[in-house]
Every structure is written in structure tokens, then in C-alpha cells.
Design a protein around this ligand. Structure first.
Ligand code: PEP
Ligand code: MG
Length: 581
């Protein structure tokens, strides 16, 4: 175990600085809710534990029998080993005692004692011991899942200033951990465009992704997490600590408040062309006030986070209240509400999204909504009802084919018909748009553009699907770049199709907020750019340096590049020429 100071270099995928103590969640370990129980509940918890263990033993016995019949000896032996673990009398006694002593729920105590054992085994040079850790975890996950069914009680919060160390967290986990007062994340996986990073940014929670060794970090170590300068310091010195305390005070939420300094109108290029700049939002929060006060449009509202952060699927009324509040708050500007983009790494363990081997290529976005037609109609109904209160637009995510648009529009028409029949007011002319984030959609943009009122380029996914490189996987991060000419060709095809059919095209992936890409997008004729609010201030200041006619030539030269490096070089040299002027 690491005793001295260690600087871990990585990538700050969500900026900011926090100082605190680590809590390690090992790969495969799920954070089991920690729930304080009164003395009167101890017996019930112990009884639930016994039932969960009995169920696990029953399942493993069945598995051993069927494995023995079909495959024979070696596989059946795995279940023999797991059965021994599941019914380990001494271990169960220890769990029962701790439930009483710590007054915590059985699942939490069981999994904490399991991780104490497996951490030691995992460090063993002996392969057999490491295999034993895997078997113990497999048994524990069965017991804990039996224990956690139908349980919705209040979880105990983390110690103040807890920084979680883990592999990769889902968006739901990040929200849950934030609610439990974790202040930052240090992980081994997750790109800048992962939903983990995105939601952390919107919650202003620093995240560093780094290739660290698990044996270097244990729970309870002092740590400084610096998402702004791409590093974490484990066991920092006292002088690191006090320097960082000062730095943290200076940074604060200044990025957001700088938006207040922006004028009320979109920025203009040097030659007077408007470049509308909009914000991407996931959840309500203090930043909304600043944006609405400055009349900054919302180019992408990721509505699925409303569901991901709650403990049930929202009803039509709950959704209506949520969208109505957004519509009213942004009444002086426009809001694009994207219908639920569920699936892939945006899911909850509640069975609504079924397990898939290849979830990024599975039922995601509009695909899952068309599959759950009534759920889609319910959301559309809520959005349409709210549309009379402000300037709402409706956007469909992950479209890959014209038939999906046709089907979704048919469902929307049915909802409109029904609302009309019941004299419920709505905006009949509500604009309906689609996201272009799959190569097939970009290639079919000409056909798609005939069917919709606007298109928005989701370059985060467009890059992932064009390059076949997972947006969360650090090992393929060098391939995952929106500056790849292949991605840029699809962007240009889409923008050209929008122009031909006279509908606006925006970019709402993360690259929209990158000043390097700005001249290229203006040159291509992108109509607006929607980004993380913290990017808005700097981007708006860049716009006035650009001449929209001159950058048209830049597009030709960039599009003739053979590699992302060549694209970046050309954009960098254009930018340094601008900065010199
Ligand atoms: C995108 O893919 O670029 C996008 C904006 O959608 P999300 O990041 O929510 O997948
Ligand atoms: Mg997307």
C-alpha cells in the first residue's frame, strides 16, 4: 500500500478542484446502499440475510446440477466452490454480529466484509487466491441482489469531502453519489464525452480519469483531485494542501457567473454575421437562472436525466410540471427538449432497459422509445401541453433511418389528435427536429431534412459510431476524435442538406464549445452551436475575431486533410494567425 506522496497524471474530464479523502469502489463492486436501522429492525435484517443466503444456495445448487449434467466435472466444481463460500457459517455469524453492532442494513454489512476479504486476496501473487476473490464476489453479488430487491429507504451519506475512486460510473451512479455528498471522482475509464463526465460537469463535480494502479490507493487516504490540471495527488504534503486550498477559493463557480457579463444578443462575426450560441442542460440548477436572465437559448435539454435521477419512471403529470417550469423559465428564448435518450450507458437497473450484449448498438434513443410506444406518447403529450407556456421545440435522438422519423411523427400526430379532441391546448406548429449522431442518418440527411424542421449534430455519438470507438474507452481514445476527416465529412453532408432544404442545422456535441472548431463550423454554415454552459463565455469572445467569408476557404483545405492531426494542425495555425492580428 502506498504510504508516501504520489502524483497521478490523467485527464480532467470535469474541471474543478476538491480536497478530501478517498473511498475506493473496486471494479465489480457495487456501492450497496448504506442504511441506518433502529435496534427494533436488527432481527428482521438478520432474517432477510438468512433468506437471501438460502435463495443463493438454492440457485447455485440448481446451477451445479445442470452444469454437471451438460458440461461435466470442471464447471460443476466452480459451483461447488461457490456453494462452500455461500454457506460459510463463520462468515455469516460475523455479518450477523456486525449488523447488530453497526446498526446497518444486511446488504451493506455483507458487502463491506466481502470487500475487506477480497481486497487482500486480489493482491496475492497466487492465481488460486485471486480466483477465490472472483468466486466470493460472484456469490456476494447474488446475496446482495436478493437483499436489495424492493428496497427504497434512505441511504447514509458519505463522510464529508469523499472522493470516489472507481473504474467507470454510470450517469445514474454519479447523480446518486452526488446526492450522497461525494465531491469528486477518480476513475480508470471514461472519456470527456462519457455521460459520467457530462453529468459530473453539470453537477460541477471534478473528475480525473487516469491509468493508476489499484494497489496504490486505499480507502481513507488524503487526496487532492484537480480536474482543471489533469491530476490527483494521493497523500499530499501539508504545503500541497494549503496551496490547493487557496487555489480552490480563487476558482469557484466563476465560469458560470462570467456568462452574466455577456450581452443579451448573439455574438457577431467580424463581418456582422450572427452566430447563435446556446446551452446544453441536463438538470435544473443554479445555472438556469443565469442562462434565462441572459436569454441564452437551450439547444439541447437531455430530458432522460429527469428519469435517471429519480427512483421511478416519471408520470405524465410529473413530466408536464417539469417541462412547464422549463418553458416558463426560458419564455424569452427557445428550448429544445430532446425526448428520452435511454439505453447504452444511460440506463438504470430497474428492468426498463433490458440487458444487451452490445448496448451502444442496441435499443437506444428513438429506437427504445418506438419500442415503448405508450411511454413515448406520454412524454410527447407532456411536452405538447407545456408548449403553450413558452417556445418549445421537440427533438428525437439517435435517428438512423427515415422510417423511424415517419413512425415517431405518426405517434406525435396521434397525440395531437387526442389533445384536440379533449380541448387541451398545445402549440400545433411545434418544431420537430432530429439529432444526427449515426453515420446512416448523416448520409441520409437529404431525405431526413425533407421530413423535419431542424437537425442537430450530436458529434459525441457521431464520432463514436463513425470511428467505431467507444466514447468511454480510454484505450481507443486516440481514434475517438471529432476532428477526424471522416466525421467532418458527415458533418458537412448534414449541413449542406439542411441548407438545400432550408432548415437550420446546429451542433450540440461537446466539440461545439471548442474554439478550435469554431471557424470550421462558421465556414461550413452551421446555424447555431449548443454547448456546456461553462464554455459559452470564451466561445462568444472568439466569434468576433472571425470573418465568415474568409473561413469558407479554410473549410476546403481542412476537408482535404487525410488525418485528424492534419486537420488540427490547419485549425491551430489559422487560430494563431487570428490571435496575432
Ligand atoms: C451527442 O451524442 O453528441 C449528444 C449531444 O448526445 P449525448 O451526448 O447525450 O449522447
Ligand atoms: Mg448522443
Amino acid at each position: 500500500m502506498l504510504k508516501g506522496r504520489k502524483v497521478i497524471k490523467g485527464v480532467g474530464v470535469s474541471s474543478g478542484i476538491v480536497l478530501g479523502h478517498t473511498r475506493v469502489l473496486y471494479p465489480g463492486e457495487k456501492k450497496v446502499p448504506e442504511i441506518a436501522i433502529p435496534p427494533s429492525r436488527i432481527k428482521t435484517e438478520i432474517a432477510s440475510l438468512e433468506r437471501a443466503v438460502a435463495k443463493t444456495v438454492e440457485e447455485l445448487t440448481k446451477l451445479r446440477e445442470s452444469a454437471g449434467k451438460r458440461i461435466g466435472g470442471p464447471v460443476a466444481k466452480i459451483f461447488d466452490a461457490q456453494l462452500l463460500i455461500a454457506s460459510d457459517y463463520e462468515f455469516l455469524q460475523q455479518v450477523k454480529e456486525q449488523i447488530g453492532e453497526q446498526r446497518r442494513n444486511a446488504g451493506y454489512i455483507y458487502s463491506s466484509l466481502v470487500s475487506q476479504t477480497t481486497v487482500q486476496l486480489r493482491r496475492s501473487p497466487d492465481e488460486y487466491m485471486r480466483q477465490m476473490a472472483t468466486d466470493i464476489e460472484a456469490v456476494a453479488s447474488r446475496v446482495v441482489s436478493h437483499l436489495s430487491r424492493h428496497r427504497r429507504r434512505k441511504e447514509v451519506k458519505f463522510n464529508p469531502n469523499t472522493i470516489l475512486v472507481g473504474k467507470l460510473f454510470t450517469a445514474t451512479e454519479v447523480m446518486n453519489y452526488r446526492n450522497l455528498k461525494a465531491v469528486g471522482l477518480l476513475t480508470t475509464e471514461g472519456g470527456r464525452n462519457s455521460h459520467m463526465a457530462m453529468i459530473a460537469r453539470s453537477l460541477m463535480m471534478p473528475v480525473v480519469v487516469a491509468d493508476f494502479s489499484w494497489s496504490d490507493i486505499s480507502s481513507g487516504s488524503r487526496v487532492i483531485l484537480d480536474g482543471t490540471n489533469d491530476q490527483a495527488i494521493i497523500n499530499p504534503t501539508d504545503s500541497d494542501w494549503s496551496d490547493y486550498q487557496k487555489l480552490r477559493k480563487r476558482q469557484g463557480p466563476a465560469l458560470i457567473t462570467r456568462i452574466k457579463k455577456l450581452p443579451h444578443v448573439p455574438p457577431l462575426t467580424k463581418d456582422g454575421k450572427e452566430v447563435p450560441v446556446a446551452a446544453n442542460l441536463e438538470l435544473p440548477g443554479p445555472v438556469e437562472d443565469v442562462l434565462s436572465e441572459r436569454k441564452i437559448p437551450i439547444g439541447l435539454y437531455r430530458t432522460e436525466f429527469m428519469y435517471l435521477q429519480s427512483n421511478h419512471f416519471p408520470t405524465e403529470e410529473e413530466q408536464y410540471a417539469y417541462y412547464a417550469q422549463i418553458a416558463e423559465r426560458f419564455v424569452d428564448t427557445t428550448v429544445v427538449l430532446r425526448t428520452f435518450d435511454l439505453g447504452s450507458d444511460k440506463f438504470k437497473d430497474d428492468g426498463l432497459v433490458a440487458h444487451e450484449d452490445n448496448p451502444a448498438l442496441g435499443l437506444r434513443g428513438i429506437r427504445s422509445m418506438l419500442e415503448m410506444g405508450e411511454t413515448f406518447k406520454q412524454q410527447v403529450r407532456a411536452i405538447l401541453r407545456a408548449s403553450t407556456l413558452g417556445n418549445i421545440r421537440l427533438m428525437l435522438p439517435m435517428v438512423s433511418d427515415v422510417t423511424e422519423v415517419d413512425k415517431a411523427k405518426r405517434l406525435i400526430s396521434q397525440v395531437k389528435y387526442d389533445l384536440r379532441k379533449h380541448n387541451i391546448p398545445f402549440d400545433n406548429d411545434i418544431a420537430i427536429g432530429i439529432m444526427i449522431e449515426v453515420p446512416s442518418a448523416a448520409l441520409m440527411a437529404d431525405q431526413l431534412a425533407r421530413r423535419v424542421d431542424f437537425m442537430s449534430l450530436g458529434t459525441n455519438d457521431l464520432t463514436q459510431y463513425t470511428m467505431s470507438a467507444d466514447r468511454n474507452n480510454q484505450r481507443v481514445a486516440s481514434l475517438y476524435t471529432p476532428y477526424h476527416p471522416a466525421v467532418l465529412h458527415l458533418v458537412k453532408t448534414t449541413v449542406d442538406a439542411g441548407r438545400k432544404h432550408n432548415i437550420p442545422v446546429s451542433v450540440c456535441g461537446e466539440v461545439a464549445g471548442d474554439p478550435l472548431a469554431l471557424p470550421l463550423f462558421i465556414g461550413m454554415g452551421v446555424d447555431s452551436l449548443s454547448m456546456n454552459p461553462v464554455k459559452i463565455f470564451d466561445l462568444c469572445r472568439q466569434v468576433k475575431k472571425i470573418d465568415s467569408n474568409l473561413v469558407k476557404h479554410l473549410v476546403g483545405s481542412v476537408m482535404a486533410s487525410g488525418s485528424p492531426q492534419a486537420v488540427i494542425r490547419k485549425l491551430q495555425s489559422y487560430r494563431s494567425a487570428l490571435d496575432k492580428k
